[in-house]
Design a protein around this ligand. Structure first.
Ligand code: ZN
Length: 441
């Protein structure tokens, strides 16, 4: 009797050591950090080019003016340079030092004006005087600069030269997909936003984690087909949903990945359904980690789960972050930099995603074909298979729980949660019971 050999392989164990993989993800974050991304433009394209050095991408260009669900693809924004210079020609605000200095989607400007007039266009964080804020103005034509309050306070009155060398013109919105075919065409979606400029945790760390997850899956011959989406926030996922039409029903599970590298503990935000399989898998992984974590209910506020979980789609898509959206002081500031994201934290996020997907891969719903009284396990060699194991008691309990709850209504992840046993133990027990003819799918 071949028992407890396990079912379908989980994601393969890491080949490299955590420190090396963590460093590799951090290097990708560092490589992407200087690119000036926005919801359209060459910063997004260059970002996708860099990602494509690790995993092949199918890139989509959606022309300006295209109707996507209730939205319209905006004009494309590109920027080459921007600065404010004092009367001596010294750049006191310099886009080439940080791309946060320019309000995203600023229209071109070339002018000279007094500090008083310029102030109308300056954004600071008075409560965090050393930091540069991140600001955008996608849908209102304006221009502006972001700078630290300290820098602003140091500027003497006088005339300043103001230059924003940008273009806002017909072009396209760019997003990309990477697909790993599985045994079945049912899909797991992994979605990352790629529209933020020099912000490391929001969202370069998640992009780096997604790339590593994709590399692992490629070696795993997965059961599900995995679709990775790298798209600008909101308009990008809306463009994807608008263009995916009949493919959307293939998406059975999904994760929005964001803020994957800060030192905070993990937070999983449930899908709008609240009890989707991914919600159950994520809860089981976080609870059984024995470490601090948060499980929070869906709200229509945050990242692109807002689109996937809009009522018309209502997909089983949750959102995994470390410290969530807007809940850390470095959020949307220049302090969300390369020092703020930690290789070890990205590794931890990567492992957690792998564990969640490992559960989805093996989660099944069985029916006990001998449900009247407990079946005799000894007759079927199932007790012998348990002998001598260090976890005999747990393995036996797992069998009893599976036999009792395998009524076609409870999946293995639900049984593991109810039994408060590791998913691996429940899954192994189900394999043994199935091999002994006591369960059918
Ligand atoms: Zn953000």
């Amino acid at each position: 009797m071949e028992s407890f050999t396990g079912g379908r392989a989980s994601l393969p164990p890491p080949l490299a050591d955590p420190a090396a993989v963590g460093q590799q993800m951090h290097r990708l974050v560092a490589q992407l950090y200087p690119l000036c991304r926005s919801i359209t433009g060459n910063g997004v394209r260059r970002t996708l080019d860099v990602i494509a050095e690790s995993i092949p991408l199918t890139v989509h260009e959606v022309p300006t003016g295209t109707q996507v669900l209730d939205w319209t693809v905006p004009r494309e924004w590109n920027i080459r340079d921007a600065y404010v210079a004092d009367s001596g020609g010294r750049r006191v605000i310099d886009f080439t030092k940080s791309n946060l200095h320019v309000v995203g989607y600023s229209v071109p400007v070339r002018s000279t004006m007094s500090l008083a007039a310029l102030r109308e266009h300056l954004h600071t964080l008075p409560d965090q005087p050393a930091l540069i804020p991140y600001r955008t103005s996608y849908y209102e034509e304006t221009w502006g600069f972001c700078l630290s309050q300290n820098t602003l306070d140091s500027l003497p009155d006088g005339e300043y030269e103001v230059v924003i060398d940008s273009t806002l013109a017909d072009g396209s919105l760019t997003y990309a997909e990477h697909v790993i075919p599985g045994e079945v065409s049912d899909e797991v979606l992994v979605s990352c936003h790629v529209c933020h400029p020099a912000l490391a945790n929001d969202n370069l760390a998640a992009i780096a984690v997604a790339v590593e997850v994709a590399k692992r899956l490629a070696e795993a011959e997965p059961y599900y087909t995995y679709r990775f989406l790298f798209a600008p926030g909101t308009i990008g996922s809306i463009a994807f949903l608008a263009q995916a039409d009949e493919r959307i029903e293939k998406i059975k599970h999904g994760l929005v990945l964001a803020c994957a590298g800060d030192s905070g503990s993990l937070t999983y935000k449930r899908s709008r359904r609240g009890d989707a399989e991914i919600d159950q898998a994520a809860a089981l992984v976080l609870r059984s980690s024995g470490r601090p974590h948060k499980l929070i209910d869906f709200s229509p506020y945050g990242y692109d789960e807002r689109q996937y979980c809009s009522p018309g789609f209502n997909l089983g898509v949750g959102c995994l972050t470390r410290t969530p959206y807007a809940a850390y002081p470095e959020y949307h500031t220049s302090a969300d930099n390369l020092d703020f994201v930690l290789p070890g934290a990205m590794w931890d996020t990567l492992e957690t995603v792998s564990e969640i997907f490992g559960i989805l891969e093996r989660n099944r719903c069985y029916v006990n074909v001998s449900p009247y009284g407990e079946p005799q396990l000894g007759n079927r060699g199932l007790y012998e298979s348990l002998g001598g194991r260090s976890d005999t008691k747990q393995a036996q309990l797992a069998m009893l729980w599976v036999l009792n709850l395998a009524d076609g209504e409870h999946s293995l992840v639900q049984i593991a949660a109810r039994a408060d046993l590791p998913f691996d133990a429940i899954s192994a027990a189900a394999d043994a019971l199935r091999d002994a003819g006591l369960l059918k799918e």
